[in-house]
Design a protein around this ligand. Structure first.
Ligand code: SAM
Ligand code: SF4
Length: 325
């Protein structure tokens, strides 16, 4: 369906858990996280019911995220059920990748089409620092497993943080030169509790592009779908790079997505705190057509653009890992 600004909504990001095996400094505090109780988390039954309803509205792509989606028990089974829904053409995943290798084959055989891995450093020590004890080697094994299974294009999302990894920009680009990987550089956004975020740590994506452009010839590529990344192939290389700049150049006019939190609340914009409680509606026994109607109403209220430049906002009491990054 189209929203009130004429945007075709074709994509839902579903957070399947607020839990994670890592503690990235900008995303989660080290301790004292108030985790959702199991009863608060949307069940697989209800997740499938919502996916069926959104497919009736023309949504064809689902991305599972979190928290870390691979820590949710039997996530493989959920992938299989979602992939079977008529109208759902693509089930994908955003993951830190550290648990992916051992699950790769079964996820793929259940219908997982593609994976976006998050990786903010290529140096084991720095990776361990930013994730608070994560293993770069485990994450890399996950990426290799996805490439071996031909889940192309395999993407890596890298949040560029000044003073932390801005000295690795060319190393990341080199990775895309040597491997058939799409490395997407993402601007550091002020979301959640602003645990590590500070304006002084933000580097504009234009600067990142300039640094890479001096070393590599960037060939613009046609973008698949309505994604936020400006994408390029590296001339002579195997893969490419993408630039995502939610802060300096918001892409709201092309936004095609809605989000479902781990608690079953629908958000039509990452930055808009208004939510529609689909879990409660399902508990009350709402039918498929009425559920689709409730979601359509929420989509019709999708804001024209975010106001990230004004900060996260007092009313926005959710964290990125609860909404699903
Ligand atoms: N655990 C999975 C992962 O790390 O890929 C999925 C959830 S994580 C919240 C999704 C993405 O959000 C990650 O790529 C992470 O880097 C990104 N993210 C979290 N906080 C962010 C911030 N303040 N600015 C930019 N990206 C952020
Ligand atoms: Fe976990 Fe992903 Fe947040 Fe890192 S960014 S703490 S891996 S949810």
């Amino acid at each position: 369906m189209r929203d009130n600004y004429g945007r075709a909504i074709s994509y839902i990001r579903i957070s399947v858990t607020d839990r994670c095996n890592l503690r990235c400094r900008y995303c989660m505090p080290e301790t004292g996280i108030s985790k959702l109780d199991h009863s608060q988390i949307l069940s697989f039954e209800d997740t499938v019911a919502i996916a069926e309803a959104v497919s009736d509205l023309g949504i064809s792509k689902i991305r599972l995220t979190g928290g870390e989606p691979l820590v949710r028990r039997n996530i493989t089974g959920l992938v299989g059920r979602l992939a079977e829904i008529p109208g759902i053409e693509e089930v994908t995943l955003t993951t830190n990748g550290t648990l992916f290798e051992q699950m790769a084959k079964s996820l793929h055989s259940q219908g997982l089409k593609r994976v976006n891995f998050s990786m903010d450093s290529l140096i084991a020590e720095k990776y361990r620092f930013i994730t608070r004890d994560g293993s770069l080697q485990d994450a890399w094994k996950g990426i290799l497993a996805a490439m071996e299974l031909g889940m192309n294009p395999v993407k890596i999302n890298t949040v560029i943080i000044k003073g932390f990894n801005d000295d690795e920009i060319l190393q990341f680009a080199d990775l895309a030169y040597r491997f058939p990987l799409q490395i997407r550089f993402i601007e550091f956004m002020p979301v959640g509790d602003l645990l590590f975020w500070d304006q002084s740590r933000v580097i504009s994506i234009q600067e990142v592009k300039t640094i890479i452009g001096k070393q590599y010839n960037l060939l613009p590529t046609l973008q698949a779908g309505n994604g936020p990344a400006e994408q390029f192939k590296l001339e002579g290389g195997q893969g490419g790079v993408g630039f995502i700049s939610p802060l300096s150049n918001h892409f709201c006019a092309k936004c095609n997505r809605i989000r479902l939190t781990a608690e079953g609340k629908l958000r039509t914009c990452l930055y808009d705190y208004h939510e529609t409680d689909l879990k409660s509606a399902l508990v009350e026994g709402i039918g498929r057509a009425e559920l689709a109607q409730l979601i359509a109403q929420a989509i019709s209220r999708k804001p024209e653009r975010h106001h990230m430049d004004c900060g996260w906002g007092e009313n926005n009491n959710r964290k990125m890992y609860q909404i699903g990054g």
